[in-house]
Design a protein around this ligand. Structure first.
Ligand code: PHE
Length: 338
């Protein structure tokens, strides 16, 4: 009988099971207690012998329970230690290093160059009033640029997502309250209902504006040639084509050469060899008036640079949409360079 009990204890797997077995055999209502109670039914001699035996059994069972409990505790501790072991020879995890989006890097570079030329950064809202986005810039209500085809309108009357950064020209002139010079560069997001390899509905421009006495087209060309040289390298070629914008007169567009001649030879990204990067011109007298300046005494130039075009030209990207799909496998190519 005792051997069977000890054997049962031996085969217990955990502390909970051990408790159950303890109750069964030596608990207050357990088997041994019952046996002790039953002793009173026996004749004296037999009772003495059986009593001694039961006491020995109790001692043996209790000892066995204690040994088993200690062993189970040790076992649990061993398992815990194995689980918590740190293998110091494992290689570390290499952290992924973040990088700035190529558009961000190009935008900052343009800002740096313009700030070195003395332009201050200025900002305007992306949800703009029709007056700042159109009327103040001489774009009258029947102008095609105001067509549903081009602009995103907002559910609130007289508001649009700005179609260019040019409204910041007016806001900056107003903020200067007639002081000279007004010399600002306004980077930011702009919106048009376009979507193809070279146009996306949300794009970025940097507006430049200089108002002072005696500013003319020659100042504009000089500034833009300097800007192009700083952005693309001194060997870049530029050309100005005459153009039309309601808010400048005369108006031009600037192209830069597309043949990239560097360490890896020459690469041409467009058939004509030229890519357009900005619109510009001499600020229209009406626009000066709308900004609170007198065209009889001051003049100025303005330009609107397409950051996407500059980025494409610098990095040799031929589909603009790739820049905004944010596939890291694509963007990570531009970690260095540019
Ligand atoms: N706002 C014009 C555009 O988005 C660019 C421009 C800016 C032209 C300033 C002239 C002067 O195309």
């Amino acid at each position: 009988e005792l051997a069977r009990i000890l054997d049962e204890i031996e085969h217990v797997h955990d502390l909970r099971q051990l408790d159950a077995v303890r109750h069964q055999w030596v608990g207050r209502k357990g088997w041994l207690t019952e046996q002790m109670k039953a002793l009173s039914q026996l004749p004296p001699e037999e009772r003495r012998q059986r009593g001694q035996m039961l006491n020995q059994w109790r001692a043996a069972i209790v000892e066995k329970l204690e040994t088993k409990e200690a062993w189970l505790n040790e076992q649990a501790e061993r398992e815990r230690l194995v689980e918590e072991t740190l293998d110091m020879s494992w290689p570390g995890r290499v952290p992924e290093v973040g990088l700035l989006h190529p558009m961000t890097r190009v935008r900052r570079r343009i800002e740096d160059v313009l700030m070195r030329m003395g332009f201050s950064l200025a900002y305007g809202p992306q949800v703009e009033t029709e007056w700042y986005n159109f009327e103040a810039l001489n774009i009258l209500p029947d102008h095609p640029a105001r067509d549903m085809q081009d602009s995103f309108f907002v559910d609130i009357p007289h508001l649009v997502l700005r179609t260019h950064t040019s409204p910041v020209q007016i806001r900056s002139m107003q903020a200067h309250q007639g002081r000279l010079p007004v010399k600002i560069a306004a980077p930011g997001f702009t919106y048009r209902r376009d979507d193809d390899a070279t146009h996306v509905p949300m794009f970025q421009q940097v507006e430049g504006l200089l108002i002072d006495r005696g500013i003319g087209l020659a100042d504009l060309k000089g500034t833009l040639n300097l800007l192009a040289g700083a952005l693309f390298g001194e060997s870049i070629g530029t050309r100005f084509r005459s153009s039309y914008f309601p808010f400048t007169e005369p108006s031009v567009e600037m192209d830069v050469t597309c043949a990239v001649c560097g360490g890896e030879g020459c690469r041409v990204c467009k058939e004509t060899g030229w890519v357009e990067i900005l619109g510009a011109g001499v600020v229209h007298p009406q626009v000066l008036k709308n900004g609170g300046y007198d065209p009889a005494h001051v003049s100025g130039f303005a330009f609107g640079l397409g950051i996407e075009r500059v980025t494409m030209r610098i990095f040799g990207v031929d589909d603009l949409r790739l820049l905004y799909q944010n596939d890291l496998r694509y963007l990570a190519q531009f970690v260095s360079g540019g």
